[in-house]
Design a protein around this ligand. Structure first.
Ligand code: GLU
Length: 415
């Protein structure tokens, strides 16, 4: 059986790239481990007056190229191994995009859907307070991830600012616009995903109006990815969320599905659609598959049944290494997570720059710069893949790991 530990999966992906770039074994060893792992217990008073203690993590993988950067996720299944993998993936994501950041990730084991806004605010503030010595605009910059959003970021920013005694918007990105957020950040991850869909369709000569798209996950990334895909002319034939999926070969209207989800709590039951399972969603007859939920979705068990011609990874770590091999053999193109969903952190970088300058860009400037940066990174990855006859993930890793390694070698190892 294939391993499902995401950190082991991340190490396996790293190994595969390291073999191709002939990395110094000492540097490889350094890159395997996070530089710092912070585990905090987060006690808060619940609405019923009881004290409950949650576990929170912040894993800082590497900062050779710049401050640590990465989101914070709230989910009942968060584990340390998962956060370690996600932190490492952030290092490669920032590097492949050539951003001056390292990689980190945070997580709190909780079920945000069963918590009130007041409880979530207290949880966020106490988690931030417990990390206060380890985060900051020049050390580690937080951002949204699964089940966290601009409101969560506002609480982090306010808590941090209260501690340091001045307004410090640069400690977190993905903030609301009025407190130093960037135009376009909310939908940036999905916008980047749609740019990659456009480029992949172009390469594979899939006409948008003939291209069928399926999206797994209907959170911030999934919903906007479906919406932008439709705006580009693709037909969105299937979408799903954690409770199941819907299918309509004539195409769904992502905004109407979102409105339905707002009322019903799930995409399921959307009028005129056929109900399918999450598994069926992944195996749909389509051209572009966008996994935009959690890790470990396309595995050894179902990779052979994938019918899409291209997989554009909106989620982090949706495809296991075994599944990667199967997809490569089937000649299914995989635009890897560290590139495909890098639109989020790239606009986070723009937001951080805007905060440091206290000068804000237009929406058009944000999206144009994002498009250029993503297309340039894809070009580098395609070129590396072609030269080395490897899949796009390995190529993206070769570039990303190579850049981090170069920085470590130039800076030298202290003492
Ligand atoms: N959580 C997002 C990711 O996985 C965004 C991170 C960021 O903006 O720092 O890429």
């Amino acid at each position: 059986m294939e391993k499902s530990n995401p950190y082991e999966m991340a190490l396996e992906q790293l190994d595969k790239a390291v073999k191709k770039i002939k990395l110094d074994p000492g540097v490889h060893e350094i890159l395997k481990y996070p530089k710092r792992t912070v585990i905090v217990s987060v006690p808060i008073i619940m609405d019923n007056g009881e004290c409950k203690v949650f576990t929170g993590y912040r894993v800082q993988h590497h900062d050779a190229r710049g401050p640590f950067k990465g989101g914070v996720r709230y989910h009942p299944d968060v584990t340390l191994e998962e956060v370690k993998a996600l932190a490492m993936w952030m290092t490669w994501k920032c590097s492949v995009m050539d951003l001056p950041f390292g990689g980190a990730k945070g997580g709190v084991v909780c079920n945000p859907r069963a918590m009130s806004e007041g409880e979530l605010q207290r949880l966020t503030r106490r988690y931030t307070a417990n990390l206060i010595r380890f985060i900051g605009p020049e050390t580690d910059i937080l951002a949204p991830d699964v089940y966290t959003n601009p409101k969560t970021m506002a609480w982090i920013m306010d808590t941090y600012s209260t501690y340091v005694g001045y307004c410090a918007p640069g400690v977190v990105t993905g903030k609301p616009l009025s407190i130093g957020g960037s135009k376009g950040r909310l939908e940036a991850t999905a916008m980047g995903v749609s740019f990659m869909c456009r480029e992949a369709a172009n390469l594979l000569k899939i006409e948008p109006k003939e291209g069928r798209v399926a999206v797994q996950g209907y959170g911030n990334v999934g919903y906007y990815a479906a919406k932008f895909a439709r705006e580009m002319g693709f037909k969105v034939v299937g979408v799903s969320d954690s409770s199941g999926g819907i299918y309509d070969p004539d195409g769904l209207d992502p905004d109407a599905v979102q409105a339905h989800k707002g009322k019903a709590g799930s995409v399921r039951g959307y009028e005129g659609s056929e109900e399918i399972t999450n598994r069926e969603l992944l195996e749909l007859e389509c051209d572009i598959l966008i996994p935009a939920a959690l890790e470990n979705q396309i595995t050894e068990a179902n990779a052979d049944n994938i019918k899409a011609r291209v997989v554009v990874e909106g989620a982090n770590g949706p495809t296991t290494p075994k599944a990667d091999e199967i997809l490569f053999e089937k000649e299914i193109m995989v635009v890897p997570d560290i590139l495909a969903n890098a639109g989020g952190v790239t606009v986070s970088y723009f937001e951080w720059v805007q905060d440091l300058m206290s000068y804000f860009w237009t929406y058009e400037a944000v999206m144009k710069t994002l498009d250029e940066k993503m297309v340039a990174a894809l070009k580098d990855v395609l070129e590396t893949a072609r030269k080395n006859r490897v899949d796009l993930r390995t190529a993206a890793y070769m570039l990303a790991v190579g850049r981090v390694a170069e920085t470590i070698e130039l800076r030298g190892i202290f003492p």
